[in-house]
Ligand binder design. Structure first.
Ligand SMILES: [Zn+2]
Length: 483
């Protein structure tokens, strides 16, 4: 979607080229990160060796050096999540001029997207990477493609590739000692490749209409509570409040599963050909994606399958989306106590809704267009409050010496705080003036917060937590529970 012409699809171009999770893994002098990149070099060498390539050690060192240069010109994650900074629309001719060294027109043609214009997320990084590609020895570029292909398809290659891929990405970077059971990986693979086919089976078995009806009521109540909270803001101008209400009225909540399924009949699945199946599924998804260019918006489309225990906000579509799988305990149980449901799924609904008013989502109006619709005074009032929130999260230190990044996690922290608050209001309104019953010795308010804390029960391995602190726009679960 083109952020400034939201009724149109557009081609976006973003920085890429790193095999490690973030630029910090290449550039930091932190001992653990130095360790991780040494392990990455060993991983490259092992993969090349498994593929029968000679001279693996030297080639691994050269590839790591190349990616380190890419890391140097890459934007930080904080800048990369800035909707304003990352909207840079230009013609492909202009891009070629600004980023010489890479045949963009040829590349877009080859990928089936011969567009005249493109939205570039990180222009200076693209310029830097194009230059690096132009000057790198062809062997280094080939090795990078070999490595990415082997890592990407490791799950359907001979076992040694899969084991090595997991040893690095699962164990070294994630701290996970062993792979999930094979059947679970099989289910994940099939759900990824044939999403809508698996979805139909899942929804028929696990998503009764009563759950949808009960969730609809919750969404409606949380939306209404949001409207009342907007009215009460003392820092927002009346004309901005009016526009905020218009945006609220424009929302499309999507609950459970899509109204329309994708037609997968063009995808050939061959028994006994796991590699071919994955290859063709990827090709199908690429075609499905690029086919949208120049066509009307597919408003029915979902960005997650119903089997996903998650939810999302889509700014351009002005929608909040709740897959069937998050509409079950511990998030939601239509038969359970209201307090726990509002503290669980109610706060999740509030969270996704609040994303549309967070530090980035608030830049999009009722039509989903990236535009200035706040007064400068509104923005100053908003920033004064979010500055305090950033400082609060910056102070958290989940690992010795490693803090939560308040700027990176700003949108999520706003969504957590605003979402929980709005769900709390909605819960109290739902009580209709009556006192909440005391259950098992807990008051309604206590059960509300227990509901919230309950959805964040989680343990991290140390390597995984380190990875997340550097890359994840969400705060760790403990800090989310403390919101
Ligand atoms: Zn979120």
């Amino acid at each position: 979607q083109d952020d400034k012409i939201p009724e149109q699809y557009a081609l976006s171009l973003g920085q890429s080229g790193l095999g490690l999770p973030d630029r910090d893994y290449y550039l930091s002098t932190d001992a653990k990160l130095v360790e991780a990149r040494t392990a990455y070099r060993a991983h490259i060498a092992k993969m090349l060796t498994l593929a029968g390539e000679p001279d693996a050690e030297a080639r691994a060192a050269a590839l790591l050096a190349f990616e380190t240069e890419i890391a140097r010109v890459s934007w930080t994650r904080v800048d990369s999540r800035d909707a304003t900074k990352t909207y840079n629309k230009m013609s492909v001719a202009e891009l070629a001029k600004r980023a010489p060294g890479f045949d963009f027109a040829g590349y877009f043609k080859a990928t089936g997207t011969p567009v005249p214009t493109v939205i570039v997320a990180q222009p200076s990084a693209i310029t830097g990477i194009a230059k690096l590609v132009a000057t790198a020895p062809i062997g280094v570029l080939k090795d990078q493609l070999i490595l990415r292909s082997l890592d990407g398809y490791a799950d359907v290659l001979p076992k040694a590739f899969d084991a090595e891929q997991f040893a690095f990405y699962g164990t070294v970077l994630g701290g996970t000692p062993e792979q999930e059971a094979r059947w679970k990986r099989g289910v994940q693979f099939t759900s990824g490749a044939l999403g809508d086919e698996v979805s139909k089976l899942y929804v028929a078995q696990y998503f009764p209409p009563e759950t949808k009806a009960a969730a609809d009521v919750l969404v409606k109540n949380v939306l209404a509570a949001m409207g009342r909270r907007i009215d009460k803001l003392d820092w927002m101008a009346p004309e901005t409040k009016q526009k905020a209400h218009a945006k609220l009225a424009a929302f499309t909540p999507k609950i459970g599963y899509p109204s329309q399924w994708k037609d997968l009949s063009a995808l050939t699945i061959t028994s006994g050909d796991a590699f071919g199946n994955e290859w063709r599924a990827n090709e199908w998804q690429h075609q499905d994606n690029i086919a949208k260019l120049g066509k009307p918006l597919q408003r029915w489309e979902w960005g997650m399958t119903p089997m996903t225990v998650n939810a999302y906000a889509n700014f351009g579509m002005v929608e909040i989306v709740f897959p069937a799988a998050i509409l079950q305990p511990p998030f939601f149980d239509p038969k359970a106590d209201d307090a726990v449901n509002y503290g669980g799924i109610g706060a999740v609904i509030g969270h996704e809704l609040s994303h549309h008013f967070d530090d980035q989502g608030s830049k999009y109006d009722a039509k989903g267009q990236l535009t200035d619709w706040w007064t400068p005074k509104d923005i100053a009032g908003f920033n004064a409050l979010t500055g305090k929130l950033g400082a609060q999260y910056d102070a958290y230190e989940p690992l010795p010496g490693m803090h939560v990044k308040g700027q990176l996690t700003m949108g999520e922290n706003i969504a957590d705080l605003a979402g929980l608050t709005v769900a709390y209001d909605a819960y109290h309104t739902a009580l209709g003036g009556k006192a909440a019953p005391v259950l098992d010795g807990f008051t309604g308010d206590q059960r509300f917060y227990l509901g919230w804390a309950q959805v964040w029960r989680r343990n991290y391995r140390e390597a995984n937590l380190r990875n997340r602190l550097l890359t994840d726009p969400h705060s760790p679960s403990q800090q989310r529970a403390w919101v």
